[in-house]
Design a protein around this ligand. Structure first.
Ligand code: 3PG
Length: 411
């Protein structure tokens, strides 16, 4: 079968300037603004090492957070982490595509790696434009003029039609990096493997696509969907539970409340299949874990984990399943007092014989934190992109790679 996209096997990078779009969007320590988990950095480091070992001049593009969110920070600490992981110098410049960035790219020598600033700091990156329009943006044109090749390695950002994801594929020969290749092959395998009972664990905070995904799973005959994290809070809210001001504020800030109505409808139609927590753990003023039954809400404190009764119910359900998809943790697993829900449910999955797939940057970071990485059948660092690909949607980044391969073959 003709390969749909090109890979690093198809190109010679020696002495060439190679732009690499990775996804090292990472959990950020709110106190220090520094990278808290290097899971994604470690994975992409393999592609970057391969390019540098082959004497490419490697220019790395990446984003962190979303405008307005506390984790929307510069990439300096990412460069330091990457340097540690690679054990070789990584240059960093606090500019995306202006004079400083251009100078730094021009000064690169074969085998050197340069990380540019958070690409979402540039006004062109997230503007709603077609890929052709993005190709004409200042961001893309100024960097493409300095480069010989584009490598898209960030599968987990390939669902975003952003300038650095879709623009370069129009102007430069473009190939998939090693992470992109590996993720696409995992996606191929998992969609063929679903055995019943089929259970999905829906957690985390990025649940804008939650209701659509839940509907998709129901259409695929999922037996049970267990919810936690902000997904669980959103569903409780959709059921009419008063969570308390502070918890509502978080749902508002994450732009999730607008999805509550649709979630509510899905729940109403499938009451037996979609489970919400029956108890939660909140963070008291002194930071302690305090468990409350859902009937005891509202709370003035933040809900940070599922409670012990919910954990037992979820672990019981996990033990009966043959296929388990996990997207998102059950709470703030980074804090010891609130890691219990995520740890116990993930551990039960790791100990089971079910075909298990974990997706999302936070999910995979949690698995590493608990020493459970490698105990699931497959893991994918992609969250939103994973869900969209599963739902059969075309990902703009992957489409760009396919179109670039087609142009290459015709040329
Ligand atoms: C992710 O973490 O899912 C990717 O980095 C994409 O980030 P986004 O949802 O902010 O576009």
């Amino acid at each position: 079968m003709k390969q749909l996209y090109l890979t690093l096997e198809d190109v010679n990078v020696s002495g060439r300037t190679v732009l690499v779009r990775v996804d090292i969007n990472s959990p950020i320590d709110p106190d220090t603004g520094k990278v808290q988990s290097d899971t994604r950095i470690r994975l992409h480091a393999k592609t970057l090492k391969e390019l540098a070992d082959h004497k490419a001049k490697v220019v790395v593009l990446a984003h962190q957070g979303r405008k307005g969110d506390p984790d929307f920070v510069p990439l300096k600490s990412h460069a330091e982490t990457l340097e540690k992981v690679l054990g070789r110098p990584v240059k960093y410049v606090d500019d995306v595509a202006g004079e400083k960035a251009v100078k730094a790219v021009k000064e690169l020598k074969p085998g050197e790696i340069l990380l540019l600033e958070n690409v979402r700091f540039h006004p062109d990156e997230t503007v709603n434009r077609s890929s052709e329009e993005h190709a004409q943006s200042q961001l893309v044109k100024s960097l493409a003029a300095l480069a010989d090749l584009f490598v898209l390695d960030g599968f987990s950002v390939a669902h975003r039609s952003h300038a650095s994801v879709v623009g370069f594929t129009h102007l430069l020969p473009s190939v998939a990096g090693r992470v992109m290749e590996a993720e696409l092959s995992v996606m191929d395998k998992i969609t063929k493997e679903v055995k019943k009972p089929f259970l999905c664990l829906l957690g985390g905070s990025k649940v804008e696509k939650g209701s659509e995904f839940v509907e998709f799973l129901l259409s695929k005959n999922v037996d049970l969907i267990l919810t936690g994290g902000l997904a669980g809070n959103l569903l409780l809210y959709a059921r009419g539970v008063n969570l308390g001001e502070a918890n509502l504020e978080v749902l508002k800030r994450k732009r999730l409340l607008e999805h509550a109505e649709r979630m509510g409808e899905v729940l109403e139609r499938n009451p037996g299949k979609v489970k919400v927590p029956v108890d939660v753990a909140v963070k008291a003023d002194d930071g302690r874990r305090v468990e409350l039954k859902v009937s005891e809400l509202p709370s003035e404190h933040l809900i940070c984990d599922i409670g012990s009764e919910t954990i037992s119910l979820y672990v019981e359900a996990v033990r009966k399943a043959e296929t388990i998809f996990v997207t998102g943790p059950m709470g703030i697993y980074e804090e010891e007092a609130f890691s219990k829900g995520t740890f116990e449910v993930f551990k039960a999955i790791a100990d089971s014989n079910a075909f298990s797939v974990a997706s999302g940057g936070h999910t995979v970071s949690a698995l590493r934190q608990f020493d459970l990485a490698g105990k699931f059948t497959y893991t994918s660092i992609a969250g939103g992109a994973f869900l969209e690909h599963m739902m059969g949607k075309r990902l703009p980044g992957v489409e760009g790679l396919k179109a670039a391969a087609e142009r290459w073959r015709k040329a």
